[in-house]
Design a protein around this ligand. Structure first.
Ligand code: IPE
Ligand code: IPE
Ligand code: MG
Length: 249
């Protein structure tokens, strides 16, 4: 049964995912790594549909990190080719489902043809109201903080927490409530360093191509059972227990 949110079991408004494990998924099957990445796209399609169906407002996924350029050139070019192909195959369904696509990262370092395709996909889905899908491409959390600080400095603005937060590349979405990483590693790998300051972390041993709806619901249930205190005490965030009629207090 899909996860059912309630006031006692809230749904994260914004989920961020480090989609890790494509290469190992392929290697386990003696297949080239790119086959794992293709399966990763299929897994993302399922995950987007499942998140939208459950009422998640924003989903942010790590598709290519600023460090992933260090991979063998054929894997990098395979991944870039897959991005372009996936746009062509996925955008019509996203448009239909009311999902707005946004690309986050240092996009000007990507091939011009790909940049144009990204801009076109954003424009085609701009009216989507159901959910926003932020795809982080050539993204690094340190880069994001530096570009935000540089923007403020160029405008001669004072650097405050609020101003910096507004200058970050994900300022249009609330901070992620839940950060999921698949593939068994328990690290952030330079993802949303600023924005995940208070996110609940969920690490799954499943490889990303195997991360299905049941695995998502497991993460949602774990999130719902967490107590988010934001520095306060448990007593401060828990609603007081009401004594029932006729019972001695
Ligand atoms: C994540 O899967 C996808 C990208 C980084 C592009 P990996 O390719 O890192 O998979 P593993 O970690 O090698 O299994
Ligand atoms: C993080 O995965 C980046 C993406 C999922 C796009 P990596 O596989 O690159 O992370 P590390 O290098 O193992 O930390
Ligand atoms: Mg990896």
């Amino acid at each position: 049964m899909p996860f059912l949110p309630s006031s006692a079991h809230p749904l994260p408004r914004h989920i961020a995912i480090i989609m890790d494990g494509n290469g190992r998924w392929a290697r386990q099957r003696f297949l080239p790594r790119i086959v794992g990445h293709r399966q990763g796209v299929a897994s993302l399609r399922r995950c987007v549909q499942a998140c939208a169906a459950r009422g998640v407002q924003a989903l942010t996924v790590f598709a290519f990190s600023s460090e992933n350029w260090r991979r063998p050139p054929d894997e990098v070019s395979g991944l870039m080719g897959l991005m372009g192909k996936s746009l062509a195959s996925e955008v019509p369904a996203l448009q239909e489902a009311g999902v707005r696509l946004r690309f986050i990262g240092q996009l000007n370092a990507l091939a011009e043809g790909l940049q144009a395709a990204l801009a076109q996909a954003e424009a085609q889905t701009a009216s989507g109201q159901r959910m926003t899908l932020n795809v982080c491409l050539n993204y690094g959390g340190r880069w994001d903080i530096v570009q935000a600080a540089a923007r403020l400095a160029a405008r001669g603005e004072t650097i405050t927490e609020e101003a910096l937060g507004q200058a970050l590349s994900l300022a249009c979405s609330p901070d992620p409530d839940l950060l999921i990483r698949t593939g068994g590693e328990q690290r952030i790998s330079n993802f949303l360093l600023w924005q995940c300051a208070y996110s609940e972390l969920f690490f799954s041993d499943r490889l990303w191509p195997d991360f299905d709806e049941a695995a998502l619901d497991e993460a949602l249930a774990a999130y719902a059972a967490r107590e988010r205190r934001f520095g306060k005490t448990s007593e401060q965030v828990q609603p007081p227990v009401q004594p029932q009629d006729g019972q001695a207090c």
